[in-house]
Design a protein around this ligand. Structure first.
Ligand SMILES: [Fe+2]
Ligand SMILES: [Fe+2]
Length: 481
């Protein structure tokens, strides 16, 4: 079955094509505008159906539908949009083959398409295949992988190349492209969760502004099939149900953030998304009565070390995640929450400037109990997070691992780098960068020096991937100056 997808949003086209290729064994053609769609329709008479968006910049789905009617075409036309059908007068009494709300696309579209082709799909025997094909672009958009990923060797042989919880990076993308591999594979039973993660990503981009309201968060949660994520979003919405919380940042933190954003070429759009997410986390924390005092540590004393470095850390960890193409709302939310909670159990601001227990002991100015508190603060932060209602899984891993090191010399567990989650690695690098920035006497901050200084340590696992992304970002923004 040959299907033409018309949508100006490339993420939506990617989602719909992934869905139709795997759920309906369709051959998919894509077009980003009505004009291109008409050109494809003229060249490709073997089309079986069109799936079209409504709102597009140069001509709407209604224009395309009218064009088909004017040519006397009987091509089935499925409208797939975020608009309610009743609000579109052009389609009143129109002979549509189907209407799908975008939030329901994963569930409804394959059913409609399979009905259209009279259940021919299941007679081919192809659905018995245990793996489904996923474009590299779709993996790149998925942040942290929600399931294992395989490469096809030959015939029916598949080998796992990435595991659930891994991040698919731009470097991975280029590696497979170089080998002329355009698709990797998922187990068939993992497809729905993978598609839902993509859908959440798309909805996140579209709705990021409205997400700051509890009502929007709840309706966003309604669109998600993933039960754990649904619960997280609903809990977050509950925690935001009352008034809005916001903070005034200290000028020196503003300035440091500005310099980092400029040096790494973070776009104003991404910067705004990060700021929106920081505000969202502040709101979530402010609704936890028992954290009011702890929050004061962050918000009222922004010239104090723990508060200022937590705020800078939230912005930098999200910026690094965006350079790695891991920038969904949920990823940002986790990194920011971890930034605010990681050192919050430490009472002494000077103590928080240290990176290892050894250096605290060597300093000689701390008592036994203070040293003990420092050695145990990652575990204390995990304990604190457990008492909160809106802390998603993964945040506790970041909190526990924030003083681990790439060479396995960190504390509290001396974990080897293979045991650190991708988000923990981002957090550790961002934390190193924040310390580097605070230690700097030079202005502007020499970010290239950070890369040179830390490069020998960051030669393993995700640390290496992060290092490559940081170096590339510095080079690119230096070139564009
Ligand atoms: Fe810290
Ligand atoms: Fe810490």
């Amino acid at each position: 079955m040959n299907i033409l997808i018309v949508d100006d949003d490339d993420q939506v086209r990617l989602l719909v094509s992934t869905c139709l290729e795997n759920q309906c064994k369709a051959t998919v053609y894509e077009s980003a505008s009505v004009q291109d769609a008409i050109a494809i329709i003229k060249q490709q008479p073997a089309l079986d159906c069109i799936v079209s968006d409504y709102n597009m910049p140069n001509g709407s789905g209604a224009d395309l539908f009218r064009y088909l009617q004017s040519t006397g075409s009987k091509l089935p036309f499925l409208l797939c949009t975020s608009e309610d059908l009743e609000t579109l007068p052009e389609f009143k009494n129109a002979d549509l083959a189907g209407y799908i709300h975008k939030s329901d696309v994963i569930r409804s579209l394959p059913k409609l398409i399979n009905n259209l082709k009279n259940s021919r799909v299941n007679s081919t025997g192809e659905t018995a295949y245990p793996y489904c094909r996923i474009k590299l672009e779709a993996l790149l958009r998925s942040d942290i992988l929600s399931c294992d990923v395989y490469v096809k060797l030959s015939g029916l042989k598949y080998v796992r190349v990435l595991s659930k919880g891994d991040g698919f990076t731009h470097e991975d993308y280029l590696k497979y492209q170089k080998r002329n591999i355009q698709h990797l594979y998922l187990k068939k039973e993992d497809l729905t969760i993978f598609l839902n993660t993509m859908l959440v990503g798309i909805a996140g981009v579209e709705k990021v502004k409205s997400l700051n309201s509890p009502a929007a968060l709840r309706s966003f949660a309604d669109q998600v099939d993933n039960t754990a994520l649904k619960q997280e979003l609903n809990e977050l919405a509950s925690s935001l149900e009352t008034d809005v919380y916001s903070i005034e940042l200290h000028e020196s933190i503003h300035e440091k953030t500005r310099q980092a954003i400029k040096a790494f070429g973070i776009t104003p759009e991404v910067d705004n998304l990060i700021k929106g997410s920081i505000n969202l986390v502040m709101q979530a924390l402010s609704k936890e009565a028992r954290f009011e005092k702890l929050l004061e540590k962050i918000t009222l004393n922004e010239d104090q070390y723990i508060s200022s470095h937590s705020i800078l850390l939230s912005s930098l960890s999200c910026s690094i995640a965006s350079l790695m193409n891991w920038s969904s709302d949920i990823t940002r939310y986790k990194l920011i929450l971890a930034s605010f909670l990681h050192d919050i159990t430490l009472e002494d601001h000077h103590l928080a400037t240290f990176q290892s227990v050894e250096s605290v002991i060597l300093d000689g100015s701390f008592t036994g109990p203070a040293i003990k508190a420092f050695a145990e603060h990652p575990k204390a932060a995990v304990q604190l997070a457990k008492e909160m209602s809106a802390v998603p899984a993964d945040v506790d891993r970041i909190l526990l691992q924030h003083h681990e090191r790439p060479d396995g010399s960190g504390f509290p567990n001396r974990s080897p780098h293979q045991h650190l989650t991708p988000l923990s690695c981002i957090f550790i690098v961002a934390h190193d960068l924040v310390h580097f920035m605070f230690d700097q006497k030079q202005n502007p901050i020499p970010f290239e020096q950070f890369v040179v200084e830390f490069s020998p340590q960051y030669q393993v696992g995700y640390f290496k991937k992060i290092l490559v992304s940081l170096s590339l970002a510095l080079q690119n923004s230096a070139i564009s100056k």
